[in-house]
Write a protein that binds this ligand. Structure first.
Ligand code: NG6
Ligand code: CA
Length: 507
């Protein structure tokens, strides 16, 4: 009897000593705020001087600010695909910038960050921009139940903008339904043929309050012409001026509703993407025109989330992350004076290029992480990538990924939490073709292509010759030293080829 009591005692003690910390303490909530097109130099804690972002700066003061963090692609859809699946989007066709009527590219049942956290007992929600397609291959049923959406890949709740602010349909989707839809006024969406009943920006510029500078001349919604054609759903149309307020309120509500148990919130803002239409509270406040105003609006959204966590006493046990899906662009298709009013502001900071670029301005992003006193405030130069969130969150919550889940995602939680200043050894970036950064050297694959992206005046980084930059001494990628280092160029080209040919990087 005595012996068996001692055995039980010893066994219990052994169990405790082996129990990972996540079983002893409540799992942390995770809130990932994902900005759209926010540049490395667009916020004051990353060096902006013409604009001040007090909430983001406060967050950086309480957490870890990364100087060498990367999204995987210099546009939205592929970055978001990689973020959620832990797989580079360029491995799959059909993962470029999607139209507003594209079917889902993350197929129901696929393991995602959300399903991993749901398995660990989290309540999971997405609020804001989606842009990963909705519906089966025949497309989403805007007037019925929308299947093949966030609810089918691990989210318990969604309140989303289906694609982008500048693409139809201009309605919110909550779980499986378009919000406020009147069944008597069904929605019709087309990206191939005009819907003749509705005026377009091309034919009726007199109806516009914001004019396109390139593209964006199709159906007019709320005085702004969009990409794509749409009719019906009048009672469901969003008002651009209110988008930030509406989705921030939904994000706050999600936190309030689920405060009692671990939750994961992916809050993906429309700001600072085009069309840039700030709420009245921010209009004219930045003195940099609408692009600056919506940076202030984004900062406000971050502040609302921080205040909510504080007021619910959740800040200490919530991992709060702020980052962006790709780099900045100034003129992205509307005449909103972004170029004229830049006034010396440099959206990419010291980096070259921006959105659409192979240069680092496209893919090195703002990245701040706070977790109460688990993170020592400061700055980290660790090389980190958003593709690693999946394995990192899995590790944090005691989950083991199967071989085919998150094939490019590594557990980098120690770097993300600042327990080590060393992150990955290398990172792959994508903008049409690939580049790789390894040991401070960045190699950009050669190939055809224009030097500037459309009419955006952004350098793409395309060149017929190989490019090699030393990111330590030449962060602005000004000096191509490929011809002085042919061996290194060959080595990095083979490294990239292997990453591509292997079909995965985590084995
Ligand atoms: C481009 C759009 C641009 C933006 C981008 C996607 C034109 C001329 N340009 O095709 O305005 O919508 O796609 O941005 O239509 S992203 O951040 O969602 O990737
Ligand atoms: Ca984007």
């Amino acid at each position: 009897m005595k012996n068996s009591f001692i055995t039980i005692l010893l066994a219990t003690a052994f169990q405790w000593s082996c129990t990972p910390f996540w079983n002893k303490e409540p799992l942390p909530n995770i809130v990932l705020i994902y900005a759209d097109d926010l540049g490395y130099g667009d916020v004051s804690c990353y060096g902006a001087t013409r604009i001040t972002t007090p909430n983001i700066d406060r967050l950086a003061g309480q957490g870890l600010r990364f100087t060498n963090a990367h999204c995987t692609s210099s546009t939205c859809t592929p970055s978001r695909y990689s973020l959620l699946t832990g797989e580079y989007a360029w491995r799959r066709s059909g993962t470029g910038v999607l139209t507003g009527d594209a079917p889902a590219i993350i197929i129901p049942g696929r393991t995602t960050i959300a399903s991993v956290l749901k398995n660990a007992g989290y309540t999971t929600g997405v609020v804001g921009k989606w842009h990963l397609g909705l519906g089966p291959s025949t497309g989403a049923d805007w007037n019925g139940d929308i299947t093949s959406g966030p609810l089918d890949i691990g989210f318990d709740y969604n309140f989303i903008i289906p694609a982008t602010g500048d693409r139809v349909p201009c309605v919110f989707v909550e779980n499986r339904k378009v919000v406020n839809l009147d069944p008597a006024d069904p929605i019709k969406v087309s990206f191939s043929e005009p819907i003749l009943t509705e005026p377009t920006g091309k034919d009726h510029p007199e109806l516009l309050k914001i004019h396109p500078s390139h593209g964006h001349d199709m159906t007019i919604i709320n005085g702004i012409s969009r990409i794509g054609y749409m009719s019906g759903g009048k009672s469901a149309l969003w008002v651009d001026e209110n988008i930030a307020e509406v989705i921030t309120a939904k994000a706050v509500k999600f936190i309030e509703n689920h405060r009692k148990r671990p939750f994961f919130l992916y809050f993906s803002t429309h700001d600072i993407h085009v069309p840039r239409v700030p709420a009245r509270q921010f209009a004219g406040k930045s003195r940099m025109g609408p692009r600056g105003d919506v940076i202030l609006e984004f900062d406000w959204s971050v502040g609302q989330i921080m205040n909510t966590l504080d007021s619910l006493n959740l800040s200490d046990n919530t991992i709060l992350i702020v980052t962006s899906d790709n780099g900045p662009v100034v003129d992205d298709g509307y005449q909103d004076q972004a170029v004229e009013l830049l006034n010396g502001h440099t959206p990419s900071g010291p980096l070259r290029g921006g959105k659409y670029s192979l240069f680092d301005g496209g893919t090195r992003v703002v990245f701040i992480v706070r977790w109460g006193d688990r993170i020592t405030p400061g700055v980290s130069s660790a090389l980190v990538s958003q593709v690693d969130f999946m394995s990192s969150f899995a590790g944090l919550t005691g989950q083991k990924l199967k071989a085919d889940e998150g094939p490019d995602s590594f557990n980098q939680m120690d770097a993300i939490l600042g327990r080590t200043g060393k992150g990955r050894d290398w990172v792959v970036e994508h903008a049409g073709r690939l580049s790789v950064i390894k040991n401070d050297w960045k190699f950009i694959e050669p190939g055809p292509g224009t030097k500037l992206q459309g009419n955006t005046n952004t350098e793409t980084g395309n060149a017929e010759i190989p490019q090699l930059y030393n990111m330590n001494s030449d962060i602005g990628e000004k000096f191509n030293v490929a011809h002085h280092n042919p061996d290194l160029v060959n080595e990095l080209a083979s490294f990239l080829k292997k990453i591509r040919d292997d079909g995965r990087t985590r084995f």
